[in-house]
Structure formats: C-alpha cells, structure tokens
Design a protein around this ligand. Structure first.
Ligand code: FAD
Length: 358
C-alpha cells in the first residue's frame, strides 16, 4: 500500500488550521491518520525522505503553514556521561538546548542496567539545576521487581514524574534470546503496569517500531505488544529512529487501525557520523536507504561537509513530517547540540532569550 501524500496534503489544506495536539494522537481530526480513508490508487509515491529536501528548505513557510503557525513540540534524548569530560560536554549541550524549551528531556539507561546510578544522577542534576522536565529511561533487564520498584520510588521521591519504560535488550546482547529475570518484570507492559500501580502520577512513555522490532514475529505481534503497553497505562510512544517517512506513516495506519490512540512521536536522529551511526541503527533494526548512504558518499574524511549534509538530511525529514501534520518530534541528540539546535531552528523554534518581548 502506498500513501499518496499529495492527496493527504490537499485534505489537510481543506481542513483549515490545525488544532494544537500532542503528536499524532488518534483524537486528532487529521484526515491522513488512516490511509484506508484515502484513495491510494494513484501509486505515485512522493519521496518522504530527503530527496527534495532542499526544495523544502527553500519554502519553509509552506511546511510551517501546515502547522498553522503553531510551535511544534520537541523533546531531546541524552545518554548519561561516563567521564568528567563527557559530563562537561553533556552540560554544554543541555545548556545550549534548554532555551528551546523542550516538552521534556530524557536520559537513557545503559544496556543491562549498567548506568543505573549515572542515569539517576544525571536526572537529579537536571531537576536541581534546570527548569527542564526530565524523563528517566528504565528497563526490566537484570533486576528483580523489588530492585526496579526501588529505582522507581527513588525517582518519585526526587520529583521525577515521567519514565520511559522498556523491556530492554537481551542480557546476552542484541541477537541473543531474551530471558526475563526470574523475579523481575516479565515484559515492558508488566513494567508499565508496575510503575503505574506504585505511582499513578508518573507518566509512562514507551517504544514503538515503524519497521517492527527485530524480535517481533510480524507487525501484528509487534503492535499487540504496543497495545498491551497502552492498556497497562502508557500514554505516549516514541519511535525507534527511521529515515524513510513512508515507514512511519504506514506504521501509524497499522497502529490506528488497532484502536491505539496515543501519540506516536517520531524519533529523529541527525547522523553526525554516518558510518558509525549506520552500524548502530542497523543493529537495532532500522533500514538505511541507499539514497541516504549516497548523500554521505565520499565524505569519510570531511567532517565539516558531513555535518552540513547531516543537518540538511534531518531538516528535510522533519520538514516533510511537519508538512504532513506531524507536530511533535523527539531528537536523539547523541549529547551534541549543534545539529539538533539548527534543525529545531528550521522548524521555527526559537531560543527563549532570542524571542522578542510581546
Ligand atoms: C525510544 C526508545 C528508547 C530506548 N531507550 C533505551 C534505553 O534507555 N536503554 C536500553 O537498554 N534500551 C533502550 N531502547 C532499546 C530497547 O530496549 C530495545 O529495542 C529492546 O530490545 C526492546 O525493548 P522494548 O521495551 O522496546 O520492547 P517491547 O516493546 O516490549 O517489545 C518489542 C518487540 O519485541 C517483541 N518481544 C518482546 N519480548 C519478546 C520475547 N521474549 N520473544 C519474542 N519477541 C519479543 C515484542 O512482541 C515486540 O514486538 C530504546 C528503544 C526506543 C525505541
């Protein structure tokens, strides 16, 4: 099934100004949420990646017009630093991005719980030293229910009200069979239910996979898992990184047709170092289209140009998403501010200090 985005566009134009809503929640009246309502027979597939991105960047008003002047909502993801240098770098990044007033910032949890303390101290420092709302990632791996409950209680005690609840990768690494801790939470849905039961005022976000999770038998099984997480109390899903917007819109169709109405926020990763990032995302099940690899071809020893290309590529992707009504974005920052700041700027987001007084 191929989405006819031109038709989607005209439906959006005809529907008047868009209301503010958090991502593509099923409560949105946007007509493209179910392609089954559209005539998909044309077969012409608009490139929803970055081919054509430059054209889009020359007409940002058009993309922003689809948001009807509304400021998109953004969130940023960081990983906890290992060394003092990395810590300094993270805080430079946080201080640079904070004036963009993200809805929240999240801090990852190392594989197997390896960053338990570092995630906690980063989250605590964000709470203490900034006005940002932090979300702590948490997985079920390698810990009993009691240990996880204790972590959740500690977060609640210091004022954290948002957790990104995950199953986590198999303790033996990606590609090995997953075995839950015998006394632990048995699945991500189990974890979500556990958090909500202990602290109903903690908001829980979860993962979503536009290309399906590599371990999932098929899309139906993958969406069964998402449904279980929503039924357990999750109120937002953040997607795994993807580069082909068609995959996201098709996934959205599948999710909505199963009656899942929470926002499915696209996870956007600017590729600072294409080769490294490709290896990393491929392992996690994300496909890297040939047209994207071609954009970075010949730039292995040219980091300056690579950076410009990376910003152009990611800005093109978010512009295309915005043009089709997406108004919420989660950025995988890799603890670097420059590209994410530039892309946010191109989305029309201005740092607070740069805004004119009303
Ligand atoms: C937004 C986001 C943030 C992330 N943050 C972190 C992080 O901070 N730390 C970290 O370690 N990882 C993180 N991950 C990666 C994540 O832990 C892995 O992808 C992990 O393999 C799955 O966890 P999940 O909660 O996404 O799985 P789930 O959503 O529970 O399941 C994903 C899929 O796997 C299938 N599945 C689950 N269990 C089994 C099983 N036993 N047998 C067969 N199929 C199964 C499900 O049916 C489903 O299709 C993140 C991923 C995303 C998208």
């Amino acid at each position: 099934m191929i989405l006819n985005f031109r038709q989607i566009d005209s439906s959006i134009r005809n529907s008047g100004p868009l209301p503010i809503h958090d991502g593509l929640s099923g409560h949105s009246p946007l007509p493209y949420l179910s392609s089954s309502k559209l005539d998909l027979t044309d077969g012409r597939q608009e490139d929803s990646g970055v081919s054509g991105a430059m054209t889009d960047l020359t007409t940002p008003a058009q993309a922003e017009g689809h948001l009807a002047g509304k400021r998109p909502a953004i969130s940023f993801e960081f990983f906890p630093p290992k060394t003092e240098d990395m810590e300094r770098n993270l805080w430079d990044t946080i201080n640079r991005l904070a004036p963009l007033e993200p809805n929240f910032v999240s801090v990852t949890y190392g594989a197997g719980g390896s960053t338990r303390e570092r995630t906690h101290s980063t989250i605590s420092r964000i709470l203490k030293e900034t006005a940002l709302l932090p979300a702590a990632h948490l997985t079920c791996v390698g810990a009993s229910r009691g240990e996880i409950d204790e972590i959740v209680d500690r977060y609640h005690e210091v004022g954290v009200r948002h957790i990104v609840g995950l199953r986590g990768d198999p303790p033996g690494g990606i590609g090995t069979a997953y075995a839950a801790h015998p006394d632990g939470y048995q699945s991500s849905a189990d974890l979500v239910a556990g958090i909500k039961k202990r602290h109903a005022d903690i908001e829980v976000s979860v993962s979503a996979y536009p290309e399906k999770h590599p371990e999932a038998r098929d899309f139906d099984a993958d969406i069964d898992t998402l449904k279980a997480k929503v039924d357990a109390g999750a109120t937002r899903a953040i997607t795994q990184v993807f580069f082909d917007n068609d995959l996201y819109f098709r996934y959205l169709d599948r999710v909505r047709s199963r009656g899942i109405n929470i926002p499915i926020v696209p996870g956007i990763m600017p590729m600072h170092n294409f080769k490294q990032a490709r290896a990393f995302v491929t392992r996690a099940g994300t496909s890297v289209p040939d047209w994207l690899a071609e954009k970075f071809d010949g730039l292995d020893d040219d980091p300056d140009t690579r950076k410009l290309v990376a910003a152009t590529v990611a800005a093109g992707q978010v512009h295309k998403l915005a043009k089709h009504g997406v108004d919420t974005f989660h950025f995988y920052t890799m603890n670097r501010a420059d590209l994410v700041f530039a892309i946010s700027h191109l989305l029309g987001i201005r740092a607070k200090s740069a805004q004119k007084a009303a």
